[in-house]
Design a protein around this ligand. Structure first.
Ligand SMILES: NC(=O)C1=CN([C@@H]2O[C@H](COP(=O)(O)OP(=O)(O)OC[C@H]3O[C@@H](n4cnc5c(N)ncnc54)[C@H](O)[C@@H]3O)[C@@H](O)[C@H]2O)C=CC1
Ligand SMILES: N[C@@H](CC=O)C(=O)O
Ligand code: NA
Length: 438
C-alpha cells in the first residue's frame, strides 16, 4: 500500500488498559494508519506481567518477554512503547536503555516524564532518537501537539485546565447524583481511568505530573514537578458542591501554571487544587472523565482543547499518533526546544497572588463562633463578600459556615486560617478553594 518503505517495528511493554488499547487500534485501523504514516507500523515483541491474562487481543504473532528490559536490546526493534507506569524502576530503566541504543521511545507515563523528562529528552538528542509522550498529558487530547506545533509561534504565559479524569468523574458524579466519594472512585477504577495507586488521582499528584510537563512545553521552562503546589479533592464534601452550586459555581480540580516577569527573569507558578469555577466558564460543563486545557497564546488568544483524558481508546489514540509521527520521521525536540535550552525558572510566590476564595468552616453550634471567624478575617485583612450559615451538614459533625471573599492576596486568607488553628470553635480544618479567574 505504501510502497517500499520498511515498517516501523515496535516493542510494547505493558498490556493493561492502554497497552491492550494500542494493540486493538493498530489492528483495527491498520490500513489508514499505514496510509497516513507512509509505512506499516508493526508490533514485533511485547512484555507484561501475566502472559495468560485475557485481554481480548491475540498475542500469538508477537515475541513474548517476561522481562521487559530485554525489549530494548532487540535489534529488530525501532521503537519501544512503554505502557507500564511508575516514575522510576523498570519503566525508567527501559527508557534509558532504549534511548541509549538510539531507539525511539513512546510513553504514556506522566510520572516518569514529570520526574525524568528532561534527562530523557537529553538522552534522545544525544543518541539521535525520538522521545514522545502525548498520551501522558490529558490522554487522548492532542494538547502537547497543539501547543508544540499548532501554537508554536506564540508566547504562552498561562496554561490551565482539568487534567485528571478520575477526579472530574468523581466531582461531577457527586454534583449530579449526590453519590458518595468512595463509591464513585470504585466506578472510575472499574472503568480503567484511575492510576494503579488511585491516591495519585485524588490527591492531585497525577494532575501535577501533567501540569509540570505541560508547563515545561508551553513556557520553555525546565520541568519542575517539585515546585507544584498540590491539593487534592479528598476534603471536598457534598455540602461544598451544594454551596458552590447555590453561589453559581461548580467544583473542579484545576491545574494552573503561569509565568510572571520579575527583574531577575521569569518566575513559574504551578498549582493543582479544587477550585470554584463559574457556571459560564468554558471549563464548567466539562464532566465525567473528560479533560480540558486552556492555553493563552499572545497571538492565538485563548485555545481550548477538550476530549477524553483517560480510558483505553483515547489514550491509545494519542500513543499511536506519536508512533505515526515517528514513522514519518519527526524526531524534533519533545519540549519544543532542545533540553539544554529549557530555562530554569524559580518559583513565584503564590501568597502574593490575588484571588477570590471560598472558605468553608465546620463549626460547633454555640454563641460567638461567627464573631471569632470574622475577627480572624478582619485581623488578617480578608474582606468577606458573602457568608452563609447552614444547619448541620449531611454526614458531618457541626454546622457549616461558608464564605466567599473579595479579591485579595492569598497570603491573607492563609493567615486568617492559621489564626483559627486549634480553635475549639472549629470541628474540622477549614477548606479553602480559590475561585478560578476567567
Ligand atoms: N488508564 C488510562 O486511562 C491512562 C493511563 N496512562 C498511563 O499509561 C500507563 C499504563 O496505564 P494502564 O494501562 O492504565 O495501567 P495497567 O495497570 O492497566 O497496565 C499496566 C501494564 O504493565 C504491566 N507491567 C507492570 N509491571 C511490569 C513489569 N515490571 N514488566 C512488564 N510489564 C509490567 C502489567 O502487567 C500491565 O499489563 C501508566 O503510565 C499510566 O499512568 C496515561 C493516560 C491514561
Ligand atoms: N488516572 C488518570 C488517567 C489518565 O491520565 C486520570 O484519571 O486522568
Ligand atoms: Na494528550
Amino acid at each position: 500500500m505504501s510502497g517500499t518503505k520498511a515498517p516501523l517495528r515496535l516493542a510494547i511493554a505493558g498490556l493493561g488498559t492502554v497497552g491492550a488499547g494500542v494493540l486493538r487500534l493498530l489492528t483495527e485501523n491498520r490500513d489508514l494508519i499505514e496510509a497516513r504514516a507512509g509505512r506499516a507500523i508493526a508490533v514485533t515483541a511485547v512484555s507484561a506481567r501475566d502472559r495468560s491474562r485475557d485481554r481480548g487481543v491475540d498475542l500469538s504473532a508477537y515475541a513474548w518477554h517476561d522481562d521487559m528490559a530485554e525489549l530494548a536490546a532487540r535489534d529488530d526493534i525501532d521503537v519501544v512503547v512503554e505502557l507500564v507506569g511508575g516514575a522510576d524502576g523498570p519503566a525508567l530503566a527501559l527508557a534509558r536503555q532504549a534511548l541509549g541504543a538510539g531507539k525511539g521511545f513512546v510513553t504514556a507515563n506522566k510520572a516518569m516524564i514529570a520526574h525524568h523528562g528532561q534527562e530523557l529528552a537529553q538522552a534522545a538528542e544525544e543518541h539521535g532518537a525520538a522521545l514522545r509522550f502525548e498520551a501522558a498529558v490529558a490522554g487522548g487530547i492532542p494538547v502537547l501537539k497543539g501547543v508544540r506545533e499548532g501554537a508554536a509561534a506564540n508566547a504562552i504565559d498561562r496554561v490551565y485546565g482539568i487534567l485528571n479524569g478520575t477526579c472530574n468523574y468523581i466531582l461531577t458524579a457527586m454534583e449530579s447524583t449526590g453519590a458518595d466519594f468512595g463509591e464513585t472512585l470504585a466506578e472510575a477504577q472499574a472503568k480503567g481511568f484511575a492510576e494503579a495507586d488511585p491516591a495519585f488521582d485524588i490527591d492531585g499528584v497525577d494532575a501535577a505530573h501533567k501540569l509540570a510537563i505541560l508547563a515545561a512545553l508551553s513556557f520553555g521552562a525546565e520541568i519542575d514537578f517539585g515546585s507544584v503546589e498540590i491539593e487534592g479533592i479528598r476534603r471536598v464534601c457534598a455540602a461544598d458542591i451544594a454551596q458552590a452550586d447555590a453561589l453559581g459555581y461548580v467544583v473542579r480540580l484545576i491545574g494552573v501554571a503561569d509565568i510572571e516577569q520579575s527583574e531577575n527573569g521569569p518566575r513559574l507558578l504551578q498549582r493543582v487544587r479544587p477550585c470554584l469555577v463559574a457556571k459560564d466558564h468554558p471549563l464548567a460543563p466539562i464532566d465525567g472523565p473528560t479533560n480540558a486545557v486552556v492555553a493563552e497564546g499572545n497571538f492565538s488568544g485563548r485555545l481550548l482543547f477538550q476530549g477524553a483524558g483517560a480510558g483505553d481508546g483515547p489514550t491509545a489514540s494519542a500513543v499511536v499518533a506519536d508512533l505515526i509521527d515517528l514513522a514519518r520521521g519527526d524526531t524534533g525536540a519533545p519540549f519544543s526546544v532542545p533540553a539544554a535550552q529549557l530555562v530554569a525558572m524559580p518559583k513565584a510566590d503564590s501568597g502574593a497572588r490575588e484571588s477570590r476564595s471560598y472558605i468553608r468552616f465546620m463549626v460547633a453550634d454555640r454563641p460567638g463562633v461567627l464573631a471569632e471567624i470574622t475577627a480572624a478575617m478582619r485581623d488578617a485583612g480578608v474582606s468577606i463578600q458573602s457568608l452563609i450559615q447552614e444547619g448541620e451538614a449531611n454526614g458531618t459533625e457541626g454546622v457549616l459556615v461558608a464564605m466567599v471573599t473579595h479579591t485579595g492576596p492569598v497570603r491573607c486568607v492563609r493567615d486568617a486560617v492559621a489564626m483559627l488553628e486549634g480553635s475549639e470553635s472549629l470541628v474540622d480544618e477549614p477548606l479553602v478553594m480559590p475561585i478560578l479567574r476567567s
